[in-house]
Design a protein around this ligand. Structure first.
Ligand code: ZN
Ligand code: ZN
Length: 355
């Protein structure tokens, strides 16, 4: 048997501080044990990665970031007779885990692939099934996501430009196959093994602009993706917003939109997106041509603007993970809250890429 990939969630620190403070990157020690609990093979050290800080939906449509306990993943050959292993790290409880339950599955091709939407769509969103054992239920969720996208301005103006590529793997609804799920504490963060999800996506051969793992679980949540890693969304809505809107926010990133919320992101990417301005003067914003407010000062200071007419376009202070430095075009936008539609500037950018 060749090397296998093992993956185990790091347990919270004994001092119960937030992950970002308590975490020390470093190494953990692995010891394999046989069925009687006796050590087999050599001790070995594995790297503990830094905690990923991921975008997550939060209550009332807000979007935030949360640092999560990292998954410790390592390739290993199993010593003869190994059935469990113990992982030790300074300052944390030991983890004892069964080898079989911890080994990552090898990426396989999906059981089925089905395109929802036009074969000539400009934008393709790949959806990976996780914890679904009914193909029809997964397809119903993919169809409902595409319907939600097509009902969202500006996608409703040019139908047929976005398609959903449904990648179905049948898995145990209690376990799935993309690693142990982790949940947030201050947000609705929900995600599994990001590297494994990326490997399954690659194995599928699907060509997509963005990918989302759709988790069939009765708990609302999700996690932002990147061009490298799929995002995560559960198919459970909250009292204030639908799960589809969490996925459509993610789709907004595929169109080059930046986040318009102001809660901090310690891993903010460099640069500035076309729906964000660093200038308080509407005339110097990238959306000057859309502005209805022209005074050379912020249209609304941080926290303000709620009482302006809904169509007001100008410079609203607070965007891109910062309450002071950056401005957005309108009071409300889906890139700021999953309760709201896209703002006029974001609609314009998406429209430009669809036409
Ligand atoms: Zn975002
Ligand atoms: Zn916007």
């Amino acid at each position: 048997m060749g090397p296998i990939r093992m993956v185990v969630p790091q347990v919270p620190g004994a001092d119960a501080k937030p992950v970002s403070e308590a975490h020390r990157t470093g190494t953990a020690e692995i010891r394999f044990l046989d069925a009687a609990g006796r050590p087999v093979g050599r001790k070995r050290k594995v790297a503990v990665p830094p905690p990923p800080c991921l975008e997550a939906p939060a209550s009332g449509g807000a979007i935030g970031h949360e640092a999560a306990n990292p998954l410790i993943a390592f390739m290993t050959r199993l010593p003869e007779g190994a059935t469990t292993f113990r992982l030790d790290q300074p300052g944390r409880d030991s983890i004892l885990a069964a080898v079989r339950a911890t080994a990552s599955p090898r990426p396989t091709r999906p059981k089925s692939r089905r395109r929802f939407g036009s074969a000539n769509a400009r934008f393709v969103l790949a959806i990976l099934a996780e914890r679904y054992d009914q193909e029809a239920a997964f397809h119903a969720d993919c169809a409902s996501l595409l319907a939600a996208i097509e009902a969202t301005p500006p996608f409703n103006e040019v139908p047929g430009r976005v398609a959903v590529e449904a990648l179905y793997w049948k898995t145990d609804p209690a376990k799935g196959q993309l690693g142990p799920l982790q949940f947030g504490t201050g947000t609705d963060l929900l995600f599994g093994d990001r590297a494994l999800a990326a490997a399954f996506l690659k194995k599928s051969g699907a060509k997509a602009h963005r990918a989302v793992v759709l988790v069939n679980i009765r708990r609302r949540g999700g996690a932002g993706g990147t061009s490298q890693f799929p995002a995560w969304v559960s198919n459970e809505s909250s009292a204030t917003d639908s799960w589809q809107s969490v996925a459509i926010h993610e789709l907004g990133h595929a169109f080059g939109l930046g986040d318009e919320y102001d809660s901090a992101n310690p891993e903010a990417p460099p640069g500035i997106e076309p729906n964000i301005s660093a200038s308080p003067d509407p005339a110097h914003s990238p959306w000057a041509h859309l502005c209805t407010h022209h005074a050379p000062a912020p249209t609304a200071p941080f926290g303000g603007g709620a009482t302006l007419p809904p169509g007001t376009v100008g410079t609203f202070q607070g965007a891109r993970y910062d309450a002071q430095r950056f401005y957005r075009a309108q009071f409300a936008c889906l890139m700021r809250s999953t309760r709201d539609p896209f703002c006029a500037r974001c609609r314009e950018i998406i429209r430009g890429k669809l036409s």
